[in-house]
Design a protein around this ligand. Structure first.
Ligand SMILES: [Zn+2]
Length: 72
């Protein structure tokens, strides 16, 4: 009987561990660059989102670039 109890305890521990691993981290750092509200230093990304038809609001990172780092 003791062996069964140990197995159940292990199963519960594994269940708890897997549950915790699926919990999203709220304080994960954002990978996207900070958007500049008023104009861009080198211009705005010219890419148009296919799903919404709205122009990308990101700024290009280098002079002469037409697209942001995400749309290159
Ligand atoms: Zn873009």
């Amino acid at each position: 009987m003791k062996k069964i109890k140990t197995t159940i305890t292990l199963a519960l521990l594994l269940f708890a561990a897997s549950f915790y691993s699926f919990t999203p981290l709220n304080d994960a750092p954002e990978k996207a660059p900070i958007e500049m509200p008023d104009g861009c230093h080198y211009g705005q990304c010219q890419a148009i989102a296919k799903s919404t038809g709205v122009q990308c609001k990101h700024c290009v990172s280098e002079r002469g670039d037409l697209y942001c780092w995400q749309h290159k």
